[in-house]
Design a protein around this ligand. Structure first.
Ligand code: CA
Length: 521
């Protein structure tokens, strides 16, 4: 294979010839590239200003047209839908019914059609599953408040007289009280008082959540994005002096076994918003977790303009630790999500830095997650609705939502404008995602930290048995060079260049904020 690639490279025709694995419809749900969608903001099919399932269906060709031969789509092989179940809030992270979809987004039949259309195109669908808490309006909680002892035990209620052990009625988490007073009772809610936490010591609650998983798997979802996965057993929530991590992992083991018994290919993507160290405690139960640490360090590196913290080394040790603890885990690199300021804002609105950030994380191992609109360079800072703004189809297109004003994106180029501009963010993302499928080493190769004393540089190799690719980024504001002969290889060929990087006589010439990918023979 290596020889063939070398010959093809010499003939200058490698990109066209290696597209066989692009957007492979047979790809498993834990492979490829994912795209996070806030349904309310994405595409509106019926003109009420709110995004919906039919809107996504009508726009699927933008994401992946299902034809491995074409390159005029984004090429994502999975979507993560933020919560779709009925809920009083605009974001729906507080359901009132685990067995339905919110009619703002469409009907259950519309959702089934969405699944069908995605699967036709080789797109896996992962839905947000929020089981740490319900809405305060969930019938279970309403009945609990009305005094029904069965449902009172679905949640964590206590009174001043009953509160014992680890329960501290005055405790605060993230600056707010977690025990909320209602009459003589207190109920626990780690996020806020509208989202009461469920009691996972109650077998009926556990069984309910297994049934919920079955319901959605039966409909055909490919997996779940598990919200707040490390908070099911929360601080000050239970009287017992639990090891909270162990209790969480123990529950997720049961959940995982149940899900896999229904669909052995189902994927569990978890939000464990914590340090790499804590994330590692969960790798036995989740297939995919978001790498919050690396996202933060990547941004810091680009803002500082140097790699003094040695990001490649950090990744090396993280992956090494994973190798020893899990044979299922796949990392999820990302830049930002629906809870964080838009990546371009974190990079001082520097479009070039944003583009380089994309080159970096889209060449990391695992399953990268693109946050909707990131590929357009959409802007936004908190409060949350302004990092979840309408996707920019253009007002004339008819599908653009109006659920919130466009505040930060009034002049951000629309999809059509970006398609007509070869320097656009959108075409940059498309090219990078295609590159990932074209080179098996980028898609599924292992990670090897590159050695360099030059802290302007971030360098690493991605290797499969048949292919080895070197990725080098100059993250600084000054030019520099990288001598590829330090690799001890016979020959290298440039397969991708960002911002003017060149390969000259075995040496990479790297202008400020440039990146190069070379194939090593
Ligand atoms: Ca609509």
């Amino acid at each position: 294979m290596k020889r063939i690639i070398a010959i093809l490279l010499a003939m200058g025709m490698v990109l066209i010839t290696l597209t066989g694995c692009t957007k492979d419809p047979e790809r498993l749900p834990k492979e490829g590239v994912y795209y996070e969608i806030f349904v309310r903001a994405f595409a509106d099919s019926d003109g009420d200003g709110i995004g919906d399932f039919r809107g996504i269906i009508d726009k699927l060709d933008y994401l992946n047209d299902g034809d491995p031969e074409t390159t005029d789509d984004l090429g994502v092989t999975g979507i993560w839908l933020m919560p779709i179940m009925p809920a009083p809030s605009y974001h729906k992270y507080d359901t009132t019914d685990y067995y339905n979809v919110d009619d703002e987004y469409g009907s259950l039949d519309d959702f089934k059609d969405l699944l069908k259309e995605c699967h036709k195109r080789g797109i896996s669908v992962v839905i947000d599953l929020v089981i740490n808490h319900t809405s305060i309006q969930h019938p279970w909680f309403v009945d609990a408040l009305a005094g029904d002892p069965t449902y009172r035990d679905y949640y964590n209620f206590t009174t001043e007289a009953e509160a014992t052990g680890e329960i501290d009625l005055n405790a605060t988490v993230w600056g707010h009280n977690v025990w909320n007073k209602v009459g003589d009772d207190y109920y626990y809610a780690i996020f806020y008082d509208q989202q009461p936490d469920l009691n996972f010591e109650n077998e009926a609650v556990r069984q309910e959540m297994l049934d919920v998983a079955s319901f959605w798997l039966d409909l055909g979802v490919d997996g779940f994005r598990l919200d707040a996965a490390k908070h099911l057993y929360g601080d000050y929530e239970y009287a017992e002096d639990f090891n909270l991590t162990e209790k969480n992992v123990e529950w997720w083991e049961i959940f995982r076994a149940h899900v896999l018994s229904e669909n052995e290919n189902a994927v569990l993507v978890a939000e464990v918003w914590a340090s790499s160290e804590e994330v590692q405690k969960y790798v036995s139960v989740f297939d995919v977790m978001f790498n919050f640490d690396v996202a933060e360090d990547l941004i810091q590196m680009l803002v500082a303009g140097n790699n003094e913290s040695d990001l490649a080394n950090e990744l090396h040790y993280f992956y090494k630790a994973l190798e020893n603890t899990s044979d299922i885990y796949v990392d999820a690199p990302f830049l930002s999500n629906h809870d964080q300021n838009r990546i371009i804002n974190s990079l001082s609105l520097d479009k070039e830095a944003n583009k380089q950030a994309a080159v970096i994380y889209l060449t990391f191992p695992g399953v990268p997650f693109v946050y909707y609109g990131e590929e357009l360079g959409m802007k936004g800072t908190k409060p949350d609705q302004y990092i979840r703004q309408p996707f920019l189809w253009g007002e004339a297109d008819g599908y653009e939502t109006t659920w919130v004003d466009k505040r930060y994106n009034k002049t951000t180029p629309t999809v059509d404008e970006q398609l007509a501009d070869e320097t656009s963010m959108l075409l940059h993302y498309r090219e990078l995602i295609q590159l990932r499928y074209q080179y098996e080493a980028l898609l599924s190769g292992d990670f090897e930290a590159g050695r360099t004393d030059n802290n302007q540089l971030l360098a690493y190799k991605r290797n499969t048995e048949d292919q080895s690719v070197l990725v080098v980024h100059n993250v600084s504001y000054q030019d520099t060079i990288y001598a590829t002969d330090s690799l001890g290889s016979d020959s290298v060929s440039l397969i991708y260049s960002y911002n003017g990087a060149e390969l000259v006589n075995g040496e990479l010439s790297l202008p400020a904020n440039s990146s190069a990918i070379v194939i090593v023979d």
